[in-house]
Design a protein around this ligand. Structure first.
Ligand code: NAD
Ligand code: UDX
Length: 462
């Protein structure tokens, strides 16, 4: 039993965000023998974790939280107390792209991580395992280990890398049944002991063959590389969409044909208006920066082109709209269907819809945004343009009197709308730009819409 409590182990997690909250809730739900305390400096976030209105929208998450909250799962702002109590501390604070100084626009901003490390050193009174849960540049563990172990209390901190691979919207299933869990540690007796402690936690519900161990640098780099590979697949398929539109090839057929090759596989080959989310662009740019800082300019430009293609795809989507709508959208009402960076989340970080909205506003369109979960975030993202936009959770109201619909997020509800009713209330000619290719294009064309999918010939009545 852990000293002072009836639990076998006390675990703390610093950072109660999209990663810290769900991962710790799962550990607590699956392991009643551990006490899990999730702390954050953001008091309103903690308050929300302690309510039924969780701070993030994630299907199934509330049920998992409710299994353990108050039993062996606690959310608190008392960061210092949690540090003192825990033997294992996961750190899942944010590591955004640096916006200032050296590496601005590319490098990871590690200030939250370093501040956390220094607080751990200040508060700790016993040896601890520090787990890198945030996505970090390769070799961060070396710097962190130096900061942590430069203490005069004789305390040893062992830094382990345990990157998180969950995707938003499927976080609960991803943590419950992960493709793999990766634990990287130093190849020393203390490193191996720390690694085994972390493996033991996951082994409570993850099959042994899915728990991988590696050296700490491989684990750190695997996370950046995994995100870069996923993003690269999307940019690759998107790079073919424009060619399809020029040649009458159909990207859905091409994607299917490519994906049936078992060496390639079918996932992450859906063409789109571009990828968004808090991770892909940030981690790609971080990888680019790291390559550059080691003098690996060819590798850096290779990965940089994945970001460039993504930006291009989003701009191309709006250019297609302007071109199709007789080269002007000024004064025209345009309904954006979806603002979240993907379906089943309210998160809008790096959402392609932000860029689409801004480009349309520059063209002086009247932009109406509808989304079932992301309107509060949309208001923040476009705070400098609130007079130029309208927000509504009702897609029918958004489309009322509109010249065009631009579908940016693949919410199921947009597949199921009554498009005949929508068409009747739109300005004519009525346009639909399907940035996710999820709608029934032939049926929309028959209703009377001019339909512009991504990577497929347009269906036009003129
Ligand atoms: P987030 O912004 O949602 O959460 C981070 C939290 O850390 C915030 O609530 C913030 O208040 C808190 N924090 C910052 N400094 C702190 C401090 N000194 N003390 C206590 N709390 C502090 O971020 P996130 O999306 O959960 O991402 C966290 C990390 O995980 C990032 O490195 C990210 O790259 C990585 N990651 C994210 C995802 C994802 O889908 N969001 C997936 C895998 C990995
Ligand atoms: C990603 C990684 O998948 C996850 O492993 C990592 O831990 C965090 O980053 P996330 O950003 O939550 O997860 O969502 P993901 O499902 O990867 O989608 C990212 C973006 O790519 C979304 O905008 C999505 O719509 C887009 N996408 C995805 C495509 O455009 N086409 C596809 O085929 C797949």
């Amino acid at each position: 039993m852990h000293e002072g409590t009836s639990f076998k182990r006390c675990i703390a997690c610093i950072g109660a965000g999209y990663v810290g909250g769900p991962t710790m809730a799962m550990i607590a739900a699956r392991c009643p023998q551990y006490k899990v305390t999730v702390v954050d400096i953001n008091a309103s976030r903690i308050e929300a974790w302690n309510s039924d209105a969780l701070p993030i929208y994630e299907p199934g998450l509330l049920d998992v939280v409710k299994v353990a909250r108050g039993r062996n799962l606690f959310f608190s702002t008392e960061v210092e107390a949690a540090i003192r109590e825990a033997g294992v501390i996961f750190v899942s604070v944010n590591t955004p792209t640096k916006t200032f100084g050296e590496g601005a626009g590319k490098a990871a901003d590690l200030q939250h991580w370093e501040r956390t490390a220094r607080m751990i050193v200040r508060e700790a009174a016993s040896d601890k395992i520090i787990v890198e849960k945030s996505t970090l540049p390769v070799r961060t563990a070396a710097a962190m280990s130096r900061i942590l172990n430069a203490n005069d209390k004789g305390i040893h901190f062992e830094v382990v890398s345990n990157p998180e691979f969950l995707a938003e919207g499927t976080a609960v299933a991803d943590i419950d049944r992960p493709d793999r869990v990766l634990v990287g540690a130093q190849e020393t007796p203390q490193g191996i002991a720390a690694r085994d402690t972390i493996v033991e936690i996951y082994a409570n519900w993850v099959p042994a063959e899915k728990i991988l161990t590696s050296n700490v640098w491989s684990a750190e780099l695997s996370k950046l590389a995994a995100n870069a590979f996923l993003a690269q697949r999307i940019s690759s398929i998107n790079s073919i969409t424009a060619l399809c539109e020029k040649t009458s090839a159909n990207i859905m057929e091409v994607s299917r044909a490519i994906g049936m090759d078992s060496r390639i596989g079918p996932r992450f080959l859906s063409p789109s208006v571009g990828f968004g989310g808090s991770c892909f662009k940030k981690d790609l740019l971080n990888l680019v920066y790291i390559c550059q800082s080691y003098g690996l300019s060819e590798a850096a430009s290779y990965w940089e082109s994945v970001v460039a293609m993504n930006d291009h795809q989003r701009r191309r989507f709006v250019s297609t709209m302007v071109g199709a709508m007789f080269n002007t959208v000024a004064g025209k009402r345009i309904a954006l269907f979806g603002f979240a960076f993907k379906a089943d989340t309210g998160d809008t970080r790096e959402s392609p819809a932000i860029g689409v909205a801004r480009q349309l506003i520059e063209e002086r369109a009247q932009v109406v945004i509808t989304d079932p979960q992301a309107l509060d975030n949309a208001k923040i993202d476009l705070a400098d343009h609130l007079q130029a936009i309208e927000l509504t959770d009702d897609p029918y109201a958004a489309a009322q009197g509109a010249h065009a619909i631009a579908l940016c997020t693949e919410w199921q509800l947009y597949r199921d709308l009554d498009y005949r009713r929508i068409f009747e209330r739109m300005e004519k000619p009525a346009f639909i730009f399907d940035g996710r290719n999820i709608l029934d294009h032939e049926a929309l064309y028959k209703i009377g819409f001019n339909v512009f999918p991504v990577g497929k010939g347009a269906l036009k009545h003129f």
